[in-house]
Write a protein that binds this ligand. Structure first.
Ligand SMILES: Cc1cc2nc3c(=O)[nH]c(=O)nc-3n(C[C@H](O)[C@H](O)[C@H](O)COP(=O)(O)OP(=O)(O)OC[C@H]3O[C@@H](n4cnc5c(N)ncnc54)[C@H](O)[C@@H]3O)c2cc1C
Length: 666
């Protein structure tokens, strides 16, 4: 199954749920089964919201440039199987609102750190959310380390629709498809093929293989309790065999809660000659009512022991969730012990239970450390060679990746010539943050009527204290390492130093540290305190004066560069000095020192354009032209400086930085 709320919940195959279809009025209403499933899933997930908001940025052109290293999931599965290493994958559904999509991107980012073998995106009933599914799948394919699989159904699709969708998937860099028949079109009891469409998943598999050969890896669905419309389990298994024989690489199953039943079915399908990998679908129980409705809707067999255990705790949501985690661990243990090669999690777009089950199984460490402090891309060349990035895009990594997609060369781990970085032109795409939200949503976050600078200062302060989740320059909420600085940053913001990026000093902390660690086990990490902010010419003058007059900050201890939108520069970095300053590095056993993040003065000039443009593209449109709010944003954009400061004394750490600003604010 896939879950649906847009995931594809499938009731033993029946009832898929459409993700976004019912919400925006443009899609026909779902059939009763689908509607029920939507409702069921709504109770399970906190991520189902109304559609609305800004149009999605087009990423197809970007993704077209992607060629991932081992594009087909089946190859990764086989590698894991040969090594006897269990794998796991995560299924998501396209949320109903732009805000939901933003949240999902943040979640994908985080869950990607758990190193799933692949992630998959469901297809709304009848293709109702096809654009969004393609957008999210394409974006995730480019930005996540995991491979991405797109579900595709035959419902409401002519052959040419299927062809067009596969072409779009291809353009978006997607190389894996879960080929499904789908549930009945909305409002219909029985499944009826569209004229000039396909009748079964087997036909879809055949078509994809005929038209695209091995270009796409193909998965299909399996039903341990039999598909709801199947005449018999034997017949269903025979159809499953036919589906695989048409060219499917692997099978993902519908959810179940009875492992013995699954294992009996697995034995039977092996007996009829199905040899491909079979990955059991696991849906962690998130709450009691949702579970009961889901399992009765899907006609899933629930062992008595589970029913009784849940009955006893059904009014205690936390206990049910914990039970779901414990049960998930026990089920997965049983399945892995019986030899399944991997686990497929119906996440319902939630992360906690899945992460805790994996942790309980010992498949992930409490915090998986990425190889580098920023997430590597799958793009060929980069993935192997890139190991240095400027710090400026830390909070807008997608924009950085898109700007630099055409960089084929990463000699010494970085772009060829750092003194003339060939960043892509500033385009609408760079300015369109994935987390922008509608005008109304943004007004709620950033103010409906700011009239004086202090109104804006408060918004920045609210961000660093966690009261609002994002700013135009920061796609996600404050990073864990910065949270301890939030009081200090809040005071700075209220004084008109509008921070958009910062990191604390770190002096030889274990690379396994949950807040600042990276790079794998056994190492030590270091970083210089860094802060970046917009501020007025008056404030900048005060900073420059203090830097000059106080010997404490001399000898390059604190370096600063400030640029106005017009490119007017103030800096204490001497022209002859190296223009690249390492601000994060790590020392690991048997490796050279790794230095993944730098402050690069030339890149700062490029970033400055993007950073200033975000005032105009993200914030200014919230207010009517000629209004005081509109004028205020313009004035800040036109007159403020963007400033970066590095505290080079990482041993004394941010005390120096704090101390500097304490004096300034006094
Ligand atoms: C892992 C998983 C993910 C899913 N993801 C989605 C999703 O993203 N979006 C969505 O809308 N739905 C999804 N579904 C639900 C799925 O679309 C429905 O269960 C649908 O009713 C069956 O699709 P299928 O591909 O399994 O169908 P098929 O394998 O084509 O089978 C459909 C029915 O036809 C029967 N059958 C098959 N071949 C023949 C034949 N030759 N002659 C006669 N009968 C035949 C089967 O026994 C079965 O009853 C998912 C299901 C699973 C298990």
């Amino acid at each position: 199954m896939s879950t649906a709320s847009s995931a594809s919940v499938t009731a033993n195959g029946n009832g898929i749920v459409n993700g976004t279809g019912a919400s925006n009025g443009s899609s026909p209403s779902p059939p009763p089964g689908v509607a029920a499933a939507v409702q069921v899933l709504s109770t399970l997930t906190d991520a189902v919201q109304e559609v609305g908001g800004v149009p999605a940025p087009s990423v197809e052109t970007i993704q077209a440039k992607l060629v991932s290293k081992d594009p087909q999931i089946i190859k990764h599965m086989k590698k894991h199987m040969a090594e006897g290493k269990p794998f796991y994958s995560f299924e998501y559904f396209p949320p109903k609102t732009r805000e939901g999509v933003s949240n999902l991107y943040a979640r994908l980012d985080r869950m990607d750190m758990l190193e799933p073998l692949f992630m998959d995106l469901t297809w709304g009933a009848g293709g109702s959310n096809s654009d969004l599914a393609l957008e999210i799948a394409g974006t995730a394919q480019g930005m996540c380390a995991a491979q991405v699989m797109l579900h595709l159904t035959c419902t409401n699709m002519t052959q040419s629709d299927i062809k067009a969708t596969l072409e779009r998937a291809k353009k978006a860099g997607i190389r894996n498809i879960l080929a499904l028949r789908g549930d009945p079109p909305k409002g219909m009891e029985n499944w009826v093929a569209t004229e000039d469409g396909f009748t079964t998943a087997a036909e879809l598999v055949t078509y994809i293989r005929k038209e695209y050969g091995d270009y796409f890896g193909i998965g299909v669905s399996g039903y341990p309790e039999g598909h709801i419309q199947a005449e018999s389990l034997e017949q269903d298994i025979a159809y499953l065999k036919a589906k695989v024989d048409c060219g499917a690489d692997f099978i993902i199953t519908q959810l179940f809660y009875d492992c013995e039943l699954f294992l009996t079915w697995l034995k039977r399908i092996r007996e009829v000659g199905i040899k491909c990998p079979v990955i059991p679908g696991i849906m962690p129980i998130q709450n009691y009512n949702g579970f009961v409705r889901m399992t009765s809707f899907c006609k899933t067999h629930v062992p008595q022991e589970i029913q009784q255990s849940l009955e006893a705790i059904k009014d205690d949501d936390d206990a049910v969730k914990q039970y779901g985690i414990d049960l998930g661990i026990a089920m997965c243990r049983r399945l892995l012990a019986a030899g399944v090669p991997g686990l497929h999690f119906y996440t319902l777009n939630l992360e906690r239970s899945v992460a805790q089950i994996l942790e309980g199984l010992g498949l992930i460490t409490p915090k998986m450390n990425g190889r580098l402090p920023w997430k590597q891309s799958l793009v060929t060349n980069r993935s192997k060679k890139e190991d240095v990035r400027p710090i400026f895009w830390a909070n807008r990594p997608r924009s950085y990746l898109e700007r630099t997609f055409h960089w084929d060369e990463f000699p010494n781990g970085r772009w060829g010539d750092s003194s003339s970085p060939a960043y892509g032109d500033l385009s609408d795409y760079h300015l369109c943050t994935f987390r922008a939200g509608s005008l109304d949503e943004r007004r709620k976050l950033w103010g409906s009527n700011p009239t004086v600078p202090l109104d804006l200062f408060r918004v920045f302060s609210d961000y660093v204290t966690g009261k609002i989740p994002r700013l135009p320059w920061c796609d996600n909420s404050l990073q864990a390492e910065t949270v301890p600085l939030s009081d200090f940053l809040s005071r700075l913001n209220l004084a008109g130093y509008l921070t958009i990026n910062s990191q604390p000093a770190v002096n030889g902390v274990a690379s396994s540290d949950p807040a600042v660690g990276w790079g794998g086990p056994g190492g030590y990490v270091y970083q210089k305190a860094y802060i970046e902010f917009f501020t007025s010419p008056h404030n900048l003058e005060k900073i420059m004066k203090q830097l000059k007059n106080d010997p404490e900050y001399g000898h390059g201890r604190i370096t600063i560069t400030a640029l106005s939108v017009k490119g007017e520069q103030q800096t204490n970095v001497k022209l002859g000095d190296k223009r690249v300053n390492a601000v994060t590095w790590g020392v690991f056993p048997n490796r050279e020192i790794v230095q993944p993040t730098v402050v690069d003065q030339d890149s700062f000039v490029v970033w400055k354009d993007e950073a200033f443009a975000l005032w105009l593209s993200q914030w200014l449109p919230l207010y009517e032209e000629g209004s005081p709010s509109h004028d205020l944003i313009h004035q800040v954009h036109d007159t403020y400086y963007l400033v970066n400061m590095v505290d080079n004394d990482y041993v004394r750490g941010e005390r120096l930085m704090n101390n500097f600003f304490e004096r300034l604010l006094a």
